[in-house]
Design a protein around this ligand. Structure first.
Ligand code: HEC
Ligand code: HEC
Length: 281
C-alpha cells in the first residue's frame, strides 16, 4: 500500500484511494515469444524504484489477452497497412523504403534503441524523425505529420519486428543533455493541479485514478492501440493528454521537449521488452 500526500492528487484518486497490485501474469506473444513485462530498474532509477513494469500488467484480463495474440490485436491491421506502404515508391527519387532497406525484418532491433543520437545531424532523433529524414532527404517525399496515421502505423510496424527485445536506449555521451532535459520535465509539477509525471507514475502507480489503474507510464508498449479511440496512438500524443490532465499548457508532438521526455521515459523502461503495438484502454 502506498500513501499519497497532496490534496490535488488525493482528489483525483477515486474516493476510496484504492490500491490494486499489478497482476501476476506473464505475456507470451503468439504462444512463442516470452516478453519481459517486469524487471530490475535500470541503475539510474535505483534510488526511486526497485522494479520497472510494463503497462500491460495494469490492464484488465481481456485487454491483456488481446495483446497476446496477433490475430486478436487490432493494432496489427495498421501494421499490415504500413508493411504495404513500405514497398510503395513515393517522392521525386522514385524510391520506397524497401528500395534501400530491403525487408522490414532488416529493422529488427532498431526500435529498441530509439530515441537515439544521430552523429551527422547532431541531434537526438525519435524513430519518426528518422523516418521523416529518409523521406525528405533520401526519397524527395513529404514528411509525415508527427503521430499522424502514416507515421504512427510505420512506427508500429518497425516496433512489431522488434517485439520481445529489451528496450536499450543510450543516455550517456552526446544524448545526455537531452536526457537531462527530459528528466527535468518528468519531475516538474505543472498545471493548476501542480502535478509532475513522477507524482502519478512513480509515487502512485497501482492506485486507481478515476476508473483507471495507474501504471508506471512506461512507453515500451508504444505505439498503443487504444480501445477508447480505436486507432494507434503515439508517445507524444499520450504525453500531451497526460499534461493536459494536469490542466497545464502542453508541448506539441515532435517538439524538442517531447523528444527529450521520450528519451528519458524510454530509459526508465530499459530492460523491458518492446511490445508495440500494445492494447490499452
Ligand atoms: C535512398 C535510400 C533510403 C530510403 C528510400 C529510405 N531510407 Fe531509411 N535510411 C537510409 C540510410 C542510408 C540510413 C542510415 C543513415 C542515417 O542514419 O541517416 C537510414 C536509416 C533509417 C532508419 C534508422 C536505422 C537505425 O539503425 O537507426 C530507419 C528507422 C529508417 N531509415 C526508416 C526508413 C523508412 C520508414 C523509409 C521509408 C519511408 C526509409 N527509411 C527510406 C536510406 C534510406
Ligand atoms: C494525474 C496523474 C497523471 C499525471 C500527472 C501524468 N499521467 Fe500519465 N497517465 C495517467 C493515467 C491515469 C494513465 C492511464 C493509466 C496508465 O496507463 O497508467 C496514464 C498513462 C500514461 C502512459 C501510457 C502507459 C501505457 O503503458 O500505455 C504514459 C506513457 C504516460 N502516462 C506518461 C506520462 C508522462 C510522461 C507524464 C508527465 C508529462 C504523465 N504521464 C503525467 C495519469 C497521469
Amino acid at each position: 500500500m502506498k500513501y499519497v500526500t497532496g490534496a490535488a492528487l488525493a482528489s483525483l484518486l477515486t474516493t476510496s484511494l484504492a490500491f490494486a497490485d499489478p497482476v501476476d501474469d506473464t505475456l507470451i506473444l503468439n504462444e512463442e515469444t516470452d516478453m519481459i513485462t517486469r524487471t530490475a530498474a535500470p541503475a539510474h532509477l535505483s534510488d526511486t524504484l526497485d522494479e520497472v513494469m510494463s503497462g500491460w500488467l495494469f490492464r484488465g484480463t481481456e485487454t491483456r489477452a488481446m495483446q497476446a495474440d496477433d490475430f486478436d490485436n487490432p493494432g496489427m491491421i495498421f501494421v499490415e497497412q504500413a508493411q504495404d506502404s513500405w514497398m510503395i515508391a513515393e517522392g521525386t527519387e522514385g524510391k520506397s523504403c524497401s528500395s534501400c532497406h530491403n525487408d522490414m525484418d532488416s529493422m529488427a532491433g532498431v526500435k529498441a534503441t530509439y530515441p537515439k543520437w544521430n552523429e551527422e545531424a547532431g541531434e537526438v532523433r525519435t524513430l519518426q524523425m528518422q523516418m521523416n529524414n529518409c523521406r525528405t532527404e533520401r526519397m524527395g517525399a513529404e514528411a509525415w505529420g508527427y503521430d499522424k496515421t502514416p507515421a504512427i502505423n510505420m512506427e508500429a510496424a518497425l516496433s512489431a519486428v522488434s517485439r520481445g527485445l529489451p528496450v536499450n536506449v543510450a543516455i550517456d555521451g552526446p544524448a545526455q543533455s537531452a536526457w537531462e532535459l527530459g528528466k527535468e520535465l518528468y519531475y516538474t509539477r505543472t498545471g493548476q493541479l501542480e502535478l509532475s509525471c513522477a507524482n502519478c507514475h512513480e509515487d502512485s502507480y497501482g492506485m486507481m485514478i478515476r476508473a483507471d489503474h495507474l501504471s508506471q507510464g512506461q512507453i515500451n508498449g508504444f505505439p498503443v492501440y487504444r480501445l477508447k479511440n480505436t486507432k494507434l496512438n503515439g508517445v507524444h500524443s499520450r504525453f500531451k493528454g497526460c499534461v493536459r490532465d494536469t490542466r497545464a499548457e502542453t508541448y506539441k508532438p515532435g517538439s524538442a521537449e517531447f523528444v527529450a521526455l521520450e528519451l528519458y521515459v524510454a530509459s526508465r523502461g530499459n530492460g523491458l521488452s518492446v511490445e508495440g503495438p500494445s492494447i490499452r484502454n
